[in-house]
Design a protein around this ligand. Structure first.
Ligand SMILES: [Zn+2]
Ligand SMILES: [Zn+2]
Length: 200
């Protein structure tokens, strides 16, 4: 149950793994920024569900390791202060989202880069119980507040623990021991940002 989960971009050039998956939390984010990211990458239907949600696996960056093709890993930010949104440039597979400050030890790995079939992921981690930003979903969402709060509490506990122990310094998305992202992010212009926000 606690075996590493393989990470892989669609073309296979970027490969890695996420350890301690039992500490991770599955969530679907319905925020407009996650949709904009999917649109910016192209073929958003690969990432978004019918209600415009992006499934992520929330975990600590130190559990993530890249084994191959790290030079493919690139970063975009929708706005000058937005999250770092990581993707594999070879095939534009979304990889994950991290805060700009690595002391906030968090990564939301996008489902599309987790190379595990749906039934196996359900068996390993249980179904998705957290739904966030449901107010901006494209369909009406039944809210799941209790499950979501419980799931978020687990993530916050993990993030806080990493900060106290100094473990946040192990982060494959940043240059070792610094707050410098591994690659300089592309920051979208206001016009690009605006055009990506247009909902169909
Ligand atoms: Zn690729
Ligand atoms: Zn989001």
């Amino acid at each position: 149950m606690t075996a590493d989960l393989p990470l892989r971009c669609r073309c296979g050039a970027l490969e890695g793994r996420v350890g301690s998956p039992h500490r991770a939390g599955r969530a679907i984010c319905y925020c407009r920024d996650c949709r904009s990211f999917a649109r910016w990458l192209g073929e958003p239907d690969r990432t978004l569900d019918a209600a415009g949600g992006t499934e992520v696996l929330a975990t600590l960056p130190r559990y993530v390791a890249f084994d191959r093709g790290l030079e493919r890993l690139q970063c975009v930010s929708l706005t000058p202060k937005g999250l770092y949104r990581w993707y594999a440039a070879c095939c534009r597979t979304p990889v994950g989202n991290t805060p700009r400050d690595p002391k906030l030890s968090y990564v939301g790995l996008v489902r599309g880069c987790i190379d595990v079939p749906a039934d196996a992921l359900d068996a390993a981690l249980g179904p998705v119980r957290m739904k966030v930003s449901t107010d901006s979903a494209l369909e009406r969402m039944p809210s799941t507040p209790r499950e979501t709060l419980r799931g978020l509490a687990k993530v916050v506990r993990n993030v806080g623990g990493a900060r106290l122990s100094g473990a946040y310094r192990e982060n494959p998305f940043f240059r070792a021991g610094t707050a410098q992202p591994l690659v300089a992010p592309t920051v979208l212009s206001f016009e690009q940002w605006e055009s990506l926000r247009e909902e169909r």
